[in-house]
Design a protein around this ligand. Structure first.
Ligand code: ADP
Length: 192
């Protein structure tokens, strides 16, 4: 089961991805988490990424595609994966499609978690208090939402054109949203 989770910052993608991987027993690949980890370790990638993520800007496509190629080349993705945070623009969507074609592991389903901006801002303000993420400041959040609207929202159309997109309402409790996700994932395909 190879799934791309899409949704604006604060839509609950990361939370839902964590619940899904438990159920589906496939790895959770969060590019945001990979970058934060690299930053914590102080690697060259991490330092380069921090300057951009702190402003809510995207890390360059070539850096991300190299990172994805390495991650998706590992054996643990043989039974599938949940991709969270990638692709974030049309160039990344095309490069992912080409990579997965080469690996003979095409995406089965793209799921967009749909939620409006008011809810997002409330959630991120709460997360800022709970987790203290450096990119959850008001100014950076505003920029992340702008980057999402301009660059990432078109990625949903990319998958819709390929007949792979399903939208799920991102309002309600964690569990309500999770049940909605489970109901649209083809679980028959999981056991194969
Ligand atoms: P959110 O979805 O809440 O914005 P993420 O944890 O997915 O947060 O990403 C945090 C930051 O990491 C992004 O704002 C961006 O700067 C960087 N990032 C993550 N994934 C990508 C990507 N695919 N391409 C470029 N930058 C990325």
């Amino acid at each position: 089961m190879r799934i791309v989770l899409l949704g604006p910052p604060g839509s609950g993608k990361g939370t839902q991805a964590a619940l899904l991987v438990e159920q589906l027993e496939v790895p959770h690949i969060s590019t945001g988490a990979i970058l934060r980890d690299a930053t914590k370790k102080g690697t060259q990638l991490g330092l380069q990424a921090k300057a951009l993520t702190d402003k809510g800007e995207l890390v360059p496509d070539n850096v991300m595609s190299e990172l994805l190629e390495e991650r998706l080349g590992s054996d643990d993705v043989d039974n599938g994966f949940i991709l969270d945070g990638y692709p974030r623009n049309l160039a990344q969507a095309s490069s992912l499609e080409a990579l997965l074609e080469r690996l003979e592991k095409p995406i089965d389903q793209a799921i967009l978690i749909d939620i409006d901006d008011d809810q997002i801002i409330k959630r991120i303000a709460r997360r800022a208090l709970e987790e203290g993420r450096a990119d959850d400041t008001e100014e950076t959040v505003r920029n992340r939402l702008r980057v999402y609207a301009e660059q990432t929202a078109p990625v949903a159309d990319f998958y819709a054109e390929r007949g792979l997109l399903t939208k799920v309402l991102g309002e309600g409790s964690r569990n309500e949203i999770f049940q909605r996700l489970l109901s649209i994932i083809n679980l028959d395909a999981v056991s194969q």
